[in-house]
Design a protein around this ligand. Structure first.
Ligand code: KMH
Ligand code: ZN
Length: 275
């Protein structure tokens, strides 16, 4: 039976409690949101952290405070810190959580416009630096691709030996500056990666639900959560990350697939088994 990994992106760096009061700021908030997602079926938590006032930070110390608290509340869950952080952060700032040796971390695969005057900078040399650091520490990168050129750049670095297979991609669709969240674009991306690669799909905003469904049908995995979408329905805020995860789990089961446990997710992603 095909098993689908649900990733919960519980906070991100862009949304705030003004957008949705459930967006986590404090350690207790992070534990509450991660646990709601885990209890509903998330095997993987994609993690950005904040200071208590909500300011996004890539501080190693803050990750070192929040990661163990989530791990204790969510036994076995895979915790995947972001190395994307927020736009404007330096590479050194963004790379800090890698020093905590997580099982996985994100690796963003190219620069893109991020709405208005914002630019999310990921040069080829930055990518090589991030990839080399992760490879040296045995951390599996999740390759964040916001458009097709990002996939091509990742494949080039794979050929050059900076990345170790099997690759795992996250197609983030619907960002203002990236590819659109349409069936055509998702199919194009899914057909552009190596046979043995795995992929997750993150649809932004109202695209989360249709992209989740299409990802499952294409043999992929899904990401939901406040980082990408704070609404449950038109005009209705999601009460928690868990509510969004629970809906993804229901869709997976309705389609006659199964929700992967954390250890099943490790096997699917070729991560070493948990000790
Ligand atoms: N916050 C975005 C600028 C990642 O986590 O690696 C980048 C981001 C990607 O969220
Ligand atoms: Zn992120």
């Amino acid at each position: 039976m095909y098993k689908v990994i649900i990733t919960a992106a519980i906070s991100g760096a862009e949304v705030t409690q003004e957008h949705n009061p459930g967006v986590p700021y404090t350690k207790e908030d992070f534990v509450r949101e991660a646990k709601s997602a885990y209890d509903a079926g998330a095997a993987l938590i994609h993690l950005h952290v904040r200071d208590d006032d909500g300011t996004p930070t890539q501080s190693k110390e803050r990750f070192a405070e929040i990661i163990p608290a989530i791990a204790e509340a969510c036994p076995g869950v895979i915790i995947q810190p972001s190395t994307g952080g927020a736009t404007g952060m330096s590479a050194a700032e963004r790379l800090q959580p890698v020093e905590l040796d997580p099982e996985m971390a994100t690796l963003d695969c190219g620069t893109l416009n991020f709405g208005g005057d914002e630019i999310f900078v990921n040069t080829e040399n930055m990518m090589i630096e991030f990839a080399e650091k992760m490879k040296a520490r045995g951390i599996k990168p999740e390759l964040e691709c916001f458009e097709k050129g990002h996939v091509d750049l990742a494949l080039r670095l794979y050929k050059q030996g900076y990345l170790v297979g099997p690759l795992h991609f996250n197609f983030v669709l619907g960002v203002n500056g990236g590819m659109t969240a349409t069936p055509r674009d998702l199919l194009f991306l899914a057909e552009s990666i190596p046979e043995d690669a795995t992929f997750t799909v993150s649809g932004v905003g109202r695209h989360q639900l249709p992209m989740t469904t299409m990802a499952i049908l294409l043999g992929g995995h899904v990401r939901v959560g406040f980082e990408d979408n704070i609404m449950y329905d038109r005009g209705i805020l999601a009460k928690s990350n868990g509510e969004l995860v629970a809906r993804a789990a229901r869709i997976i089961r309705e389609l006659n697939y199964e929700v992967a446990t954390p250890d099943e997710a490790r096997a699917i992603l070729s991560l070493p088994a948990r000790k």
